[in-house]
Ligand binder design. Structure first.
Ligand code: BTN
Length: 264
């Protein structure tokens, strides 16, 4: 990776930005949310912070972001089609799983749409924002050495960190560079060949034997998780053979059931 200083940091809380091959990365000490800090940046720029004071999760949830974790937001072009934007949350989950696997983290799986899990525990979360047409901010939060459950006791029994899954744990700089490099390849592949080209790779990361309950606006649908189709829609096989196919915007929530059928 190529490190070169590009410009002095404009804020009192930041360090000098670094240029890493195909990405320009701004490193901050403390920021509200890296997604918000990246909102006005052009494509192939990224922001990483040591800690976030207002880290945001999906569904307006708070994301605990103490020092020791990887808090990264990367700006990517959404591409010429609607599909490019719709595919990004799934493609970002694939990027994180493949990167962590290449470093030896195991076991890993995806929980729809893009929670990165080890067994029943969440290791990483992704939040994709679109602040300007044509550009998306892919926010990646990975618990590395931090202990979110020590800050927020309600997370107890729900979270894991890389430190418990691999040894040695990668340096945050190296992990950042690997994630960005793979993200760029994945995004360029969507633009060149369409999202469907990624689907076989993506569908390897789900637990296909898992019973789930999909909550829709006015009803729910229970069945076995069947991965995503070529358009990125969620497929669920009910025990009676009925197959439900749902776009991300139709799904209010997906809950994984325990083997006994109870909801987790
Ligand atoms: C979720 O699982 O709910 C998504 C969590 C996303 C957290 C990351 S950390 C970097 C970026 N900045 C944020 O404020 N959120 C994302």
């Amino acid at each position: 990776m190529d490190f070169a200083q590009t410009e002095p940091c404009p804020t009192g809380t930041g360090r000098d930005p670094a240029r890493r091959s195909e990405w320009t990365v701004r490193q901050m000490v403390t920021v509200g949310s890296t997604n918000d800090a990246a909102a006005t940046m052009p494509a192939w720029n990224a922001v990483r912070a040591d800690r976030q004071t207002g880290g945001r999760g999906r569904h307006q949830r708070r994301w605990v972001s103490d020092a020791g974790g990887l808090w990264l937001s990367a700006v990517v072009p959404t591409g010429p089609t609607e599909q490019g934007w719709a595919a990004l949350p799934l493609a970002a989950g694939l990027t994180v799983c493949e990167t962590l696997q290449s470093l030896g983290a195991a076991p890993l799986r995806l929980r729809w749409p893009n929670d990165v899990m080890t067994g029943p525990l969440k290791v990483a979360g992704l939040l994709v924002d679109m602040f300007h047409p044509g550009l998306a901010v892919v926010g990646i939060g990975i618990n590395v050495r931090n202990r979110p459950d020590a800050t927020d006791f309600t997370l107890s029994g729900q979270v894991a960190r890389l430190e418990e899954m691999m040894s040695p744990v990668p340096a945050l700089d190296a992990l950042t560079a690997m994630l960005l490099s793979r993200l760029r390849h994945v995004v360029e592949e969507i633009h060149a060949r369409g999202f469907s080209a990624l689907v076989p790779r993506l569908n390897r990361w789900w637990d296909s034997e898992r019973l789930v309950e999909v909550e829709l606006d006015s009803r729910s649908f229970r069945g076995f998780f069947g991965g995503v189709d070529a358009a990125g829609r969620l497929q669920v096989r009910a025990p009676d053979g009925d197959v439900g196919v749902f776009s991300a915007h139709q799904v209010t929530r997906l809950r994984e059931c325990e083997p006994t059928g109870g909801l987790q």
